[in-house]
Design a protein around this ligand. Structure first.
Ligand code: NDP
Length: 277
């Protein structure tokens, strides 16, 4: 059988470890397939979609800034993708329809929220920084894990308004104000792309945060963003985005290949060796 092709589309994309992860699993499960990075501009989305329709590409992952922009090209969105209006996994179904699914919700839940015991989640207050493509997925993951006290702060306030319409009860905080109210939160999540370029400075001064606050940065490359370093220096428990990457990838792999791939030590070591320290 000829080699199947898979890819991730995005801009920027060079930081992505998805090819490393999926190609590792293809080898491990003896699947004749190759997964590559496609650095594309918005106008090129149509070409990628055509290649899936022509069966030149079997499956696509979508990363920033295209998770919403790909939707008009699809026959339909399903499950979490329909609820979040954010697609990170595309495939053809048995009826030859182009389907968009979202595995970020599962990824975020499996990576971080399962770690918090039921008791720990009761009455927790979460603050999400960012209102881009991944923000609805994080909100849905929190809601599915019974964390319903959720605030969002985005650099461009207007761009966060849609989240309030989509998810009732979400509280919006002006970007300039969030440092002053950080002390109210139990979970802080960076869902912006600030820090993806390691030289970027978050300009955040921590005055007062809860000692047992948890900080999750969805960025995994670099391994330690400036925000992670800052919170670590205040003895705050931090997580980077690697676990989320792995679990969203695990579910995408399952959707395409009907195999639930193992997250083994060799994969973790391989990914670790590729991350900018
Ligand atoms: P989008 O491009 O859709 O959104 C980017 C967000 O970042 C917007 O909220 C934008 O605010 C904000 N932002 C960008 N630059 C700055 C800055 N200098 N200061 C403050 N805010 C800024 O991206 P996504 O939502 O798709 O992805 C966001 C992050 O989540 C990325 O870093 C991505 O790597 C990470 N991610 C990680 C995953 C994982 O598996 N670990 C999965 C998915 C995403 P504004 O509206 O004002 O422009």
């Amino acid at each position: 059988m000829s080699e199947k092709k898979f890819a991730i589309i995005g801009d920027p994309i060079s930081h992505s470890l998805s090819p490393t992860m999926h190609n590792y699993w293809f080898k491990k499960y003896k699947i004749n397939a190759q997964y590559e990075l496609l650095h594309i501009k918005e106008k090129e989305i149509i070409n990628v979609i055509d290649n899936i329709k022509k069966k030149k590409i079997t499956g696509i992952n979508v990363t920033l800034p295209y998770k919403k922009l790909v939707i008009p090209f699809l026959s339909k969105t399903i499950n979490d993708a329909r609820e979040t209006h954010s697609v990170n996994t595309i495939m053809m179904n048995e009826n030859n329809e182009l389907v968009g699914e979202n595995t970020d919700v599962f990824g975020f839940q499996a990576a971080y929220l399962k770690l918090l015991s039921k008791n720990e989640k009761v009455n927790k207050k979460a603050l999400i920084l960012g209102a881009g493509g991944v923000a609805p997925s994080i909100i849905l993951a929190l809601l599915k894990s019974n964390i319903s006290n959720i605030s969002v702060s985005n650099r461009t306030y207007e761009k966060s308004l849609f989240l309030q319409q989509k998810f009732k009860g979400i509280n919006l905080i002006k970007w300039e104000k969030y440092p002053e109210v950080l002390y109210k939160f139990d979970i802080l999540i960076n869902a912006t792309s600030l820090g993806l370029v390691s030289s970027e400075d978050p300009k955040l001064k921590i005055k007062n945060v809860k000692k047992d606050m948890i900080f999750i940065d969805t960025i995994y490359n670099p391994q330690q963003t400036k925000l992670i370093k800052l919170f670590k220096s205040h003895n705050i428990k931090t997580f980077n985005g690697l676990s989320m990457l792995i679990y969203q990838g695990q579910k995408s792999f399952y959707l395409w290949n009907k195999i639930n791939p193992e997250v083994d030590d060799e994969l973790l070591e391989l990914l670790d060796s590729k991350i900018n320290k």
